[in-house]
Design a protein around this ligand. Structure first.
Ligand code: CP
Length: 306
């Protein structure tokens, strides 16, 4: 594995290896006075973000620092991209500065793949358009493993704006590869049309789709990617597809509530549900650091030093 671009191209063995190393990273660092490992000392990780991010950017930065790498944060908004510099020239500049790994978030699907053609270091996709967000799916799978005891055989409902969601796409491929049953639930206007070959069930009725789930993953309604009216009003959306306390009670007692963040409280998820003990939202953020440590470590060392 040289790059991490999508979960679709990961084998089950590779995904399981990442989740096993994630566990090792969490165990190695948790409770240490200095929560650092020397594994990536002398390596440089560049965070190249062309889109806003709170969790993913800081999580990759924390992960790289915990592995003792040097970290360069590149924000497109304050760079020469604003003067017209291309992605290729930006990438070559970072390469000339000795980047061993580039973590890229870009609004265009396929931008991380293009980057692999121009630079020698590892490329890690931190979200490209509506295409893929592999480390989010890996941290979601790890969270299920920790909370539910595993992924194999579990039923996961992914709810809401599937059409615009790279998180949903990455989870569909990863969770199904790991043996989970995936249900996609949302209004017909927010379900992609070309999903006949996706390994999922489709539902339009959220109440019915919550029965028998082990996890429900609520997706943010991505207004910024919507160039048409996909539903009449925010209130109507919340009434039909929002997870509130009444709907939480329809789920089995052990079932967990996930959200990749950022959340629209009161729209896809009620505040009382987001703050309930059954929600794993902050745990997902914590687990994201372990997952990104595992991925950086595996890509940059081939698993050969720790
Ligand atoms: N979940 C996620 O990708 O969050 P950010 O956009 O804050 O990185």
């Amino acid at each position: 594995m040289k790059h991490l671009l999508t979960t679709k191209e990961l084998s089950r063995e590779e995904a399981e290896l990442i989740l096993d190393v994630t566990e090792q990273m969490a165990e190695a660092v948790t409770g240490r006075e200095v929560p650092k490992l020397p594994a990536l000392r002398g390596r440089t990780v560049v965070n190249l973000f062309f889109e806003d991010s709170t969790r993913t950017r800081t999580s990759f930065e924390t992960a790289a620092k915990r592995l003792s790498a040097d970290v360069v944060n590149f924000a497109a908004k304050t760079s020469s991209v604003n003067k017209g510099e291309s992605l290729r020239d930006t990438a070559l500049t970072l390469q000339a500065m000795g980047a061993d790994a580039v973590v890229i978030r870009h609004p265009a699907a396929g931008a991380p793949q293009r980057l692999t053609e121009w630079i020698e270091g590892a490329v890690l996709n931190a979200g490209d358009g509506t295409h893929a967000h592999p480390t989010q799916a890996l941290l979601d799978a790890y969270t299920m493993k920790k909370r539910l005891g595993g992924v194999e055989g579990r039923t996961v409902a992914i709810v809401g704006d599937i059409l615009h969601s790279r998180v949903a796409r990455s989870n569909v491929w990863l969770l199904s590869k790991l043996g989970a049953h995936v249900r996609l639930v949302g209004p017909p206007t927010l379900l992609p049309k070309d999903i006949d070959d996706w390994p999922v069930e489709i539902g339009y009725d959220l109440d019915a789709s919550l029965k028998g789930v082990d996890a429900v993953m609520m997706l943010r309604v991505q207004r910024e990617r919507q160039n048409a009216a996909f539903f009449p009003t925010a209130n109507e959306y919340a009434r039909l597809y929002g997870l509130d306390e009444r709907r939480l009670a329809l789920m089995p007692d052990h079932a967990i509530v996930m959200h990749p963040g950022p959340m629209n409280r009161g729209m896809e998820i009620a505040a009382a549900v987001a703050d309930s003990p059954r929600a794993t939202i902050t745990e997902q953020v914590t687990n994201g650091v372990w997952v990104r440590m595992a991925v950086l470590y595996l890509l940059l060392t081939n698993g050969e030093s720790k």
